[in-house]
Design a protein around this ligand. Structure first.
Ligand SMILES: CC(=O)SCCNC(=O)CCNC(=O)[C@H](O)C(C)(C)COP(=O)(O)OP(=O)(O)OC[C@H]1O[C@@H](n2cnc3c(N)ncnc32)[C@H](O)[C@@H]1OP(=O)(O)O
Ligand SMILES: N[C@@H](CCO)C(=O)O
Length: 341
């Protein structure tokens, strides 16, 4: 990774976490200064900081924007974590579109952290409201929205919150609500955090990684001895590596807040049935977390939707890994003529 880096310490004596993250081109804005943001939990907050990046130019009508929603541990650097989809002639093309990607509130990549927002329970709809406010602040009148996993939930929330401003939506590997299976992984993760915030975050990432891959992908890539040559099995050092890596770039506080928001999320049947926004719903054939069948059921309930199934062995995270066919589908969909929207 190139560019400037910022090192910050979050949390108290027992849960101090030092993060080093890139800051290149990230912009900050404070929203809800005069009018408060009313949270779904009933509390209201002011002075909400949003860290975001943009690429390309907003046109005079303010209607060529694409809002990119990141997943659980993502950040505003969509050109990094979605590099194969981002760039000239790709699905998210800054030469044609004004691209915006913002860290969700409650995250730890520059936007207001849970503690800065008073420790109130944050919801996916609260996060989506803030992203909508950011677009208004930037002068956007109409937009497309794209997101995978938690980003897909945020995209579904936009269908309910901004139906008149949305042109197209792409919902990837996301459910109508968390199944007991998906919720259960997060319950176990938060239990690990409660025992020991920093070590618990590593352990939470270890079992989350299992849910983000498929049995076959792990068998193919991680079934032998570790490439580290330390006598361990590959899967052991693989999970240890990913646990330690998340601990260096994320906070237990944000992990608990965002997984709780995912567990609380639900998009109602009426919103789905009455949707008039052109929507592409993508399921992943090997997704263990949100099985393709579950995502297909969501698509069948959703008005104006098309379902596409990405065939991949890579499991839930295939939307970040197996990007060639996905990029082609998303690019084609986002280029559907505006007169169709
Ligand atoms: C969507 C958003 O908004 S952002 C969030 C996306 N980013 C993440 O999820 C961050 C975590 N990273 C990942 O999950 C993955 O790296 C992805 C999804 C980005 C890419 O997936 P893949 O290419 O299949 O990577 P894979 O799962 O093999 O992991 C690669 C890493 O594991 C390491 N690794 C692989 N096998 C082993 C092993 N047996 N032992 C130790 N380390 C291993 C690699 O060296 C590499 O390390 P690095 O990331 O520090 O360079
Ligand atoms: N791998 C993703 C979560 C699942 O989509 C992330 O770390 O944000």
């Amino acid at each position: 990774m190139t560019g400037a880096f910022l090192t910050e310490t979050f949390g108290g004596r027992d849960a101090a976490v030092t993060l080093t993250r890139p800051t290149g081109a990230v912009r900050m804005v404070t929203l809800f200064r005069e009018r408060a943001l009313e949270l779904d939990c009933g509390a209201s907050v002011r002075n909400v900081r949003v860290a975001f990046r943009t690429w390309g130019e907003l046109n005079a009508a303010g209607d060529n924007a694409v809002l990119i929603m990141h997943a659980l541990t993502g950040d505003p650097h969509a050109d990094s974590w979605w590099r194969p989809l981002h760039g000239p002639s790709r699905a998210l093309d800054p030469q044609e579109r004004f691209l915006v990607c913002a860290n969700v509130i409650g995250g730890c990549a520059g936007s207001s952290t849970p503690a800065e927002l008073g420790g109130h329970r944050l919801g996916i709809f609260d996060m989506a409201r803030v992203q909508g406010e950011l677009l208004s602040h930037l002068g956007v009148s109409r937009f497309d929205v794209v997101g995978g996993s938690m980003g897909g939930m945020l995209t579904l929330a936009c269908l309910k919150l901004f139906p008149g401003q949305l042109k197209r939506a792409v919902v990837i590997a996301a459910p109508q609500r968390q199944s007991a299976w998906a919720h259960g992984w997060n319950v176990a993760a938060r239990a690990a955090l409660a025992l020991d915030p920093a070590r618990g975050l590593e352990v939470a990432r270890m079992f989350a990684m299992l849910s983000y891959r498929s049995p076959l992908s792990l068998e193919l890539a991680q079934s032998g001895p570790s490439p580290l040559g330390n006598g361990e099995r590959a899967i052991t050092t693989y999970l240890t590596h990913h646990g330690a890596k998340l601990r260096r770039r994320f906070t237990p506080e944000s992990y608990a807040c965002l997984t709780q928001a995912m567990d609380d999320f639900e998009i109602d049947d009426l919103t789905l049935r009455t949707n008039r926004v052109l929507t592409l719903v993508v399921g992943i054939s090997s997704d263990e977390l949100y099985p393709a069948e579950e995502v297909r059921r969501l698509a069948h309930k959703l008005g104006e939707s098309t379902y596409y199934e990405l065939t991949s062995v890579d499991g839930h995270d295939a939307f970040l890994i197996d990007t060639q066919a996905l990029g082609a589908q998303v690019g084609r969909f986002l280029r559907l003529g505006d007169d169709a929207c």
